[in-house]
Ligand binder design. Structure first.
Ligand SMILES: NC(=O)c1ccc[n+]([C@@H]2O[C@H](COP(=O)([O-])OP(=O)(O)OC[C@H]3O[C@@H](n4cnc5c(N)ncnc54)[C@H](O)[C@@H]3O)[C@@H](O)[C@H]2O)c1
Length: 368
């Protein structure tokens, strides 16, 4: 199969869909890979590294899209990319179609085969191509929280770890899933005093077990959320209710009663945020102060560390990409129900139930 790796053109997107090692895996399986000139540069991968891995570098994005049977990307197509798509061509990337009717319509019109990373789903309900980015965001949240607590950034000037003779900071994490656990790991490692709230008792037990009780687990309910927030220097929001907007668990009144110069990192902002005072920010201007509390609400946090994010993404997408390339789309989907759930668009029809529901469209049944 011919695989195309275009350079991402979305603003401030420095990730790329494949590392040179990922390209080499496709080449070793007998495929041809075309990488757009400079596609990896934002993640620190030079064209020469892709050439060494066996790729051909092409100057024009039109040629990449023109040559490829399957395009692998990071973000959904935008602007000029719509005119480059061909009927029957496979597009394997994050799509988030339910959030974008116009994009869905364009993909339907182009009759492209849209396979979305975020809806590939294992039997246990987990989303293997989404979780690495939650892991990145969770770990980064503590780094960004520490930054927000610095005096020059409007914070109260407290060091998360404390020093000898001085208490460490109190960190509260609401939502103990992939992002929450990743945040907890870093916060505990830095020496902060960490509490984590979740509304799933089994998850709380698991967190208690695997962290060797080095953090405090607390049932998530309005009273506990309030108590933890008003007594914490840093609050991380990492709740997810799959397919729904994030619940507003932290009210403006709670924020008002938090310590002046405390900080909130609302990771869930991509789902609307769990805090009433949150609004999306960008890497260029990541924080704002509301009710005396510093808020960090960047909706694409992994973009701050494109190299780590690119490698983490390739680690998980590669096996699925190789399956499609090796077996062809139909057999790969027939063999793997998880990958089958990634199919969102085919033959000009929506074939993912949640996307179809969102837009009141009929969900086409595709038999593999
Ligand atoms: N901002 C970014 O750049 C970025 C990047 C990656 C992920 N995210 C977001 O981070 C969030 C978390 O993602 P995840 O992969 O960790 O999800 P996850 O499903 O692994 O974890 C979510 C957790 O929230 C818990 N939860 C649900 N309702 C709750 C409540 N009322 N109180 C407390 N806990 C509750 C669930 O039990 C679960 O443990 C999502 O909104 C995701 O979209 C944001």
């Amino acid at each position: 199969m011919n695989i195309g790796v275009p350079k991402e053109i979305k603003s401030a997107e420095n990730r790329v869909a494949a590392t040179p090692a990922g390209v080499k895996a496709f080449i070793d399986h007998g495929h041809r890979v075309f990488v757009e000139k400079g596609a990896g540069i934002g993640s620190g991968f030079r064209d020469e590294e892709y050439v060494k891995a066996g790729a051909r570098i092409l100057e024009n994005p039109e040629d990449i899209w023109g040559e490829a049977d399957m395009i692998i990307k990071v973000k959904e197509p935008i602007g000029p990319e719509f005119d480059r798509m061909r009927p029957g061509q496979i597009l394997f990337t994050y799509l988030h179609l339910a959030a974008d009717r116009e994009l869905t319509q364009k993909l339907l019109e182009c009759k492209i085969v849209g396979v979305a990373y975020e809806t590939v789903q294992l039997d246990d309900g987990s989303l293997p191509l989404l979780s690495p980015m939650s892991e990145v965001a969770g770990r980064l949240s503590i780094q960004m929280g520490a930054f927000s607590l610095e005096a020059k950034n409007g914070g109260m000037g407290i060091l998360l770890s404390g020093v000898s003779g001085v208490r460490p900071a109190r960190v509260t994490i609401i939502g103990g899933g992939v992002a929450g656990l990743s945040a907890a790991t870093v916060a505990v490692g830095m020496g902060a005093q960490v509490s984590i709230l979740d509304n799933n008792p089994l998850r709380l037990r698991y967190l208690e077990d695997i962290t060797d009780s080095r953090l405090i687990t607390i049932m998530s309910n309005p009273a506990n959320i309030e108590e933890e927030c008003v007594n914490s220097h840093l609050v991380i929001c990492s709740v997810l209710i799959p397919g729904a907007k994030a619940p507003k668990l932290i009210t403006r009144d709670i924020v008002r009663r938090m310590m002046p110069g405390a900080a909130i990192v609302d990771i869930s902002i991509d789902q609307g945020g769990c805090c009433e005072t949150s609004r999306p920010t960008t890497h260029e201007d990541p924080t704002f102060i509301e009710e005396g509390v510093v808020h960090y609400c960047v909706a694409n946090m992994p973009g701050a560390v494109p190299r780590t994010s690119t490698i983490a993404l390739t680690n998980v997408t590669l096996a699925y990409g190789l399956a499609i390339a090796d077996k062809g789309l139909e057999k790969a989907m027939a063999d793997d129900p998880a990958l089958r759930k990634g199919l969102n668009i085919m033959n000009g029809e929506v074939c993912h139930p949640a996307v179809a529901d969102t837009f009141g469209m009929t969900c086409a049944s595709v038999d593999f």
